[in-house]
Design a protein around this ligand. Structure first.
Ligand code: CP
Length: 314
């Protein structure tokens, strides 16, 4: 069982909770391969998707996961809501909950927004990305994809490349992977690497060619120009010259080493099209796994018992 009503981050999950979510997601992947990829588990639940920031993958993935669990869904768009008339986040949510929603999935540009909400409402909150803090379901789907390829995360070397400073995906990967026994190296230009990386259990390498020697997996992050309040690097061309993953670099890694990217990709900035479309990438597997991970998270947070899963899926 999960200990909390919410999934806000991977920092506060135990290794056992992460394993439970990943194992449950594998069961839901099997459901997704059925001719009718739907189960009636959450027929009595209503889930509100609150997206205050743009999203393609995460929003569609949560919506699909909820539909495949047979929940009722309400989608909220910040642009067309009364937020634009000055209503606070708490008032908006109180109104939505007065309509008897059972769970809220929220993406917000402010770090800590999911915690703020979770502390004020009785419904479960799932963080779909809050500012530069965490994106826990992305971290979980990345770990599921890596576990499928490698069999285990224990002792595996994972390199996370890019703008670690502004990346909620990096933080969720680091917390989750290190709890599961992986060895994590972060790599990027010095201004994009925060100071507390060693405290989080990672090693730091500023040289991509060196960092990926002996790596089992490389998670390439998007350069997030929209979150950079000061320019931390001379520009995309300079970034690409030093940190873009290309076929030549990949050829020098272990033959089993594979490449992840959370999307959306800046092709030819952090990754070449040859790598992004090549045989060593697992980017669309990540997207498929994302639906299963979100089904698992929603199932478990809704009180679904792991021991009843088999019976619920029949
Ligand atoms: N990976 C991810 O969060 O993508 P979106 O911003 O499209 O949801």
């Amino acid at each position: 069982m999960l200990r909390n009503k919410d999934l806000l981050d991977l920092e506060s999950l135990t290794a056992a909770e992460i394993k439970l979510i990943l194992d449950t997601a594998e069961a839901f992947l099997a459901v997704m391969r059925r001719p009718v990829p739907k189960v009636p588990i959450l027929r009595d639940k209503t889930i509100v998707n609150l997206f205050f920031e743009s999203s393609t993958r995460t929003r569609i993935s949560f919506e699909l996961a909820e539909k495949r669990l047979s929940a009722d869904i309400v989608n909220f768009s910040a642009a067309t809501s009364s937020l634009s008339k000055g209503e606070t986040l708490k008032d908006t949510v109180d109104n939505i909950l007065a309509m008897r929603a059972d769970m809220v999935v929220m993406r917000h540009s402010a770090s800590g927004a999911a915690r703020y909400l979770a502390d004020r409402i009785p419904a479960g909150v799932v963080n779909a990305g809050d500012g530069m803090h965490e994106h826990p379901t992305q971290g979980l789907l990345d770990m599921l994809t890596m576990r499928q390829r490698m069999g285990t995360l224990q002792g595996k070397r994972v390199v996370i490349v890019g703008d670690i400073m502004h990346s909620r995906v990096a933080r969720s990967n680091i917390w989750g992977l290190t709890k599961m026994g992986a060895k994590v190296t972060v790599c990027g230009p010095p201004p994009m690497i925060p100071v507390q990386m060693e405290e989080m259990g990672c090693t730091v390498d500023y040289d991509l060619r060196h960092a990926i020697e002996g790596a089992d997996a490389i998670n390439v992050l998007r350069i997030q120009l929209e979150r950079q309040t000061v320019q931390t690097f001379p520009g995309n061309r300079e970034y690409a010259r030093l940190y873009r993953l290309d076929d030549e670099m990949l050829a020098a890694t272990k033959p089993s080493c594979f490449v992840l990217h959370p999307g959306p990709m800046n092709r030819d900035v952090e990754i070449t099209s040859e790598v992004a479309d090549g045989r060593r990438q697992v980017i669309l597997d990540q997207v498929t796994n994302g639906v299963a991970v979100r089904m698992a998270v929603i199932y478990l947070l809704s009180g679904g018992a792991p021991e009843n899963l088999g019976e619920n899926l029949n």
